[in-house]
Design a protein around this ligand. Sequence first.
Ligand code: CP
Ligand code: NVA
Length: 308
Amino acid sequence: MLNPIKLSKKHFLSSLDTSREELINILEIAKNFKNKDLNIEHKDKVLGLIFDKSSTRTRVSFQVAMSRLGGSTVDLNPTTSQIGRGEPIKDTARVLSRYCDVLAIRTFKQSDLEEYAKWSSKPVINALTDLEHPCQALADYMTIKEEFNDFKNVVLTFIGDGNNVANSLILYGALLGIEVRIACPKGYEPNNLIINKAKKLYKNKNLLKISNDPFASVQGANVLYTDVWSSMGEENQKEEKDKDFLGYTINQNLVRNADKNAIILHCLPAYRAKEITDDVIESKKSRIFEQAENRMHTQQALLSSLLA
Ligand code: CP
Ligand code: NVA
């Protein structure tokens, strides 16, 4: 029987906190959960959710995933807990990890997430930071694998901001040896640290392509992916970024230049008519809602691997 592999690292703060083998195992376990071929119990285990930013998918999919494992969640709202008052992370982490068996944290700085991990006696999961969104990338690669059966010859093009979502996609792309193309306006390229880490992993360094030309980037691509132009915390840059990203909308014109069997992904929430048009989200090529569903299955698999 297929069993979760206990992750060699205690925390899941970045896509690269799993090995390639562990990643493949998580995706396989997730597929089995989805098909109802696997039943794993973590009865009475408690997941603490600390969310400094809004969330629909991540929060609810973690809650349901944990309940499907027989466990429960505690939803910690920073405004009603002492986190909002500024209690030091090192105190919060030491206390909460005495109550909870695992913590999922959504916050701004990756260094704050690392501080939680440093002081927590239990596994800490990155539920999104400004730098990475590795739980999202798990669901994204599960959705790609469902469509194409394996990752061989898949070309993934991300059009938009070189942000947290793009960074985690790049790192898993490198781990899986997939061609990843990023098309973004000048000045919005992914973080150099991420690019360097990815390049170290790629056997063929040419498989990671960063450009400012969306049309060239989608030629022959199998997956077109986008995310909001202004992320949470960047609300005051909206006007400027809307101007800078003109021409980077995934619309039918761009889709026509991709492979004829290409699929469309978006992590959601979307701003329709900005980074993606309404007709593309609603088109037959869209796998956006399967992708959202897969958040739950991959996180159930991730929790099983961290708690194994
Ligand atoms: N994709 C994603 O993380 O969505 P939420 O912000 O709703 O959690
Ligand atoms: N890049 C977006 C992702 C939302 C799921 C943000 O950080 O707001």
